[in-house]
Each structure stands twice: as C-alpha cells, then as structure tokens.
Design a protein around this ligand. Structure first.
Ligand SMILES: [Zn+2]
Ligand SMILES: [Zn+2]
Ligand SMILES: [Zn+2]
Length: 413
C-alpha cells in the first residue's frame, strides 16, 4: 500500500524524465506498448524542455517578465502534479463541511491482479462500484447514527453519505496493486441536515463486516463480467470449472478494508488527501540513482516495521512497472459519491474556504511559483509559443522578443 511521506519540497536530482531519456528508446523497441503508454513516455521526456515550446509570464506587481518551457500536463508526469493539486484543493474545500473526516482503504487479494491487469477498465470500475455501494449501504443504516439529533424521530429518513475515492494501482515498489482510498465525511446527511455518528470509533462502520459485503459485491461483479464474456483471460479460464475454482480460492483469501486515519478538521483532510490524489506511481524525490541500466529508489517496507529501504531494479523492469500504472484513456481516478455536491447547502455548518487553509503550515503543501524580483505569486501568462515556434496564446511583442534575446533564453529544440 502506499504511504505518503511528509517531506519538504526538495528539488530531486534524478527524475523519471532522465530514466526515459536514457532507456525508453531501448524499451519501446523491445516491448509492445499501448498508444497512451507511448504518449506518456514522450510527454514526460519532453516536459519543460524546449521541445514543447515556452511561455512568458508577467508579474502582476512589478511587471517583471520571466520565461519558462511549457509543461507536458500529462497526468502521469511526476513534474506536472503540483498546479493541478493546488486547484483540486481549492475546489474540494468548497464542498467540505466542518465534521470529522475518515480515511479508509479497500484492497483485494493479490491473486486477483492477474485478472485485473488485462481488464483494467472493467476491474477498476467494479472496484469503485463494489466499494462505494458497500459504503452507501452501511451509511443508510440508522443504527450507526445518532438519530436523536433529528427533530422528528418517528420518521425513517433516507440517510446519505458524502465521500470520494481515489484509485491507486501501485504498491511502494511500483508493483501492481490496485486499491482505493476513500475519504468519508463523518455525518449522515438527511436532506440538508446532518446527524452525527453514534460511535466514536476509528471508522464509521465495522470494517470486518464491510469487508464481507465488499467481497460479495466484487465477486458477483467479476462473475457477471465473466459470464457476459467481457473479460480478456488466459485459455485456462475458458473452462467455467477452472474459473469457479479460481473464484472460490479468491473468496477464501484475505479481503482487507481498513481504517487508516481520522481527521478532526476538513482542512487537514483535504491537504492530506491531495498528496494521494495528485500522485504518480513514483515521486521523483524517491529516485536515488540512475546508472548502468539500473535504477535505485527508496521505498517503505510495511512488513518490516515501515523501514525505509532501497530497491535496485534494471531500467527495463523499472519502466515496465511504471507503465503498469498508466490508467486507461480518460479514466477518472478520483470519483465523488453521495451528497458531496449538496454539502455546500447544509445548514448551520461552516463551509471552509481556501483562505483558512492557506494559513496552515504543511511542509508538503503545493506552492505557487514566485516572481524572482518581488516574490509575488500573482502573474499573468502573456504569451505561449509551441514547439514549432508558433504563438498559440497571447501576443508576441518586440519588447518580449528583445528581453528573450537579452537573457539568452534558449528556445531551440
Ligand atoms: Zn494508495
Ligand atoms: Zn510534465
Ligand atoms: Zn514581481
């Protein structure tokens, strides 16, 4: 499972980009890649280099103009997550209420991964659906809520939850390990009112009972997909008896839904979660060295007291593992459920705004780029030039051109 390290923003000395620059050509000539895997490699390789062109930004305070190469904006690019993350935090805080928030993770037995990897879209959809339906089912049960809070106790109202889930497909060593992190607001939502949880436990509902329900739903979904002929499988699976015995063995394995943490403040949880949402399989800061077709990187060993260790992989194996985690085209890795949108209308509850969260001290908080002269974070993009030297946004003026020459900004690719 993944754990996010609380590290200050450091500029890494080795990057995914370097690995692709050195070894991707060899890899692509020896392996068959999907078009979106090829796209990701090209984008990451070219990110913030002259190949993608450049842009000029003008500081809103002191009018200083700075040039930089364009970003690739590929969602699999470790460099391109910061800005998106900042926007995501702002958006999320608009629909966050002031109640405790719970973080829970749904995992499946490893034996299912052989089926998942060749059926990613179907499998991830099933994972999202089974897990979210399980949460909704428990959420509707009034025994978990303090119904005394309601004005009229005699009614049997419909109780909604508000939560969102984030699909991760990786473990710490980049192995394939699909699981979903859910963040659940600790409130039963009835119309535009809320009721509080009855028990003050690590999670809102008993995780063992949830595991069983989740397992039942996911297994049923896989069976339906199999009998509807939707799955790509090895020849062995063509025999229903083989498939059924495989499923029986899976059911006996450990299905873990676990409660990870609880947060008293919605601001904390949104910042904390942004470290999970806007992540790629590996952060550049974890890469230690790249040499002689070998990549060394840091990982946390959960089976050994969470110790930080170093793993050494051949560049070929490293790239292979990284590419496992490129999701299907346009796949939504973050999904919102229940009354999330209604939260902003809940009465008597303070809605947290982004201004509040900016006062917080968080070493892993994304930072906006600052003007080199006056340190202001407010700037405006005045011109964007693509890799073919074509102006695609704004206007190129003689002043900008002269400045570019003066500082010798290199736009040749
Ligand atoms: Zn994870
Ligand atoms: Zn990028
Ligand atoms: Zn400035």
């Amino acid at each position: 499972m993944c754990k996010i390290e609380n590290k200050p923003n450091i500029i890494p000395s080795y990057e995914m980009q370097d690995i692709f620059k050195l070894y991707a050509d060899e890899y692509t000539s020896n392996h068959t890649l999907t078009s979106i895997q090829k796209r990701a490699i090209t984008d990451i390789r070219n990110c913030r280099t002259s190949v993608l062109g450049y842009n000029a930004k003008e500081c809103c305070e002191c009018k200083n103009i700075e040039f930089s190469y364009n970003s690739c904006r590929n969602r699999n690019c470790p460099k391109c997550q910061g800005q998106k993350r900042f926007q995501w935090i702002e958006d999320r805080l608009k629909t966050t209420i002031n109640v405790p928030y719970y973080h829970t993770v749904f995992t499946v037995p490893n034996q299912l991964f052989c089926l998942a990897i060749f059926n990613q879209k179907i499998f991830y959809d099933l994972l999202f659906k089974s897990a979210s339906d399980t949460l909704k089912l428990f959420g509707r049960d009034s025994k978990y809520w303090n119904m005394k809070d309601l004005d009229d106790e005699s009614k049997q109202p419909k109780i909604d939850l508000a939560f969102f889930g984030i699909l991760h497909t990786w473990g710490q060593t980049l192995v394939y390990h699909p699981h979903i992190h859910f963040i659940v607001a600790g409130a039963g939502i009835i119309g535009d009112e809320i009721v509080e949880p009855k028990y003050n436990a690590k999670f809102l509902f008993p995780v063992k009972a949830m595991s069983k329900v989740f397992r039942g739903k996911l297994v049923e979904g896989i069976k339906n997909a199999y009998y509807d002929d939707q799955l790509e499988l090895d020849d062995d699976f063509k025999d229903c008896k083989y498939f059924e015995s495989f499923i029986d063995s899976i059911v006996k394995r450990k299905w873990v839904v676990y409660a990870k943490s609880q947060f008293s403040s919605s601001e904390r949880i949104v910042e904390y979660m942004s470290r999970y949402t806007h992540r790629t399989a590996i952060a550049n800061s974890r890469i230690i060295s790249i040499e002689n077709n070998t990549v060394r990187f840091r990982y946390r060993d959960y089976k050994d007291n969470n110790k930080i260790k170093t793993m050494k992989l051949s560049s070929d194996e490293f790239i292979k593992r990284f590419l496992y985690h490129i999701p299907p085209k346009r796949y939504h890795r973050i999904r919102y459920y229940g009354a999330v949108q209604r939260l902003s209308k809940i009465k008597h509850e303070k809605i947290v705004t982004i201004e509040n969260s900016e006062n917080q001290i968080n070493p892993d908080k994304p930072t906006k780029p600052k003007c080199k002269k006056c340190q202001s974070t407010k700037s405006e993009t005045i011109v964007v030039v693509d890799g073919n030297q074509k102006v695609v946004q704004g206007l190129m003026t003689p002043k900008i051109l002269a400045l570019k020459r003066e500082i010798q900004f290199d736009d040749s690719s």
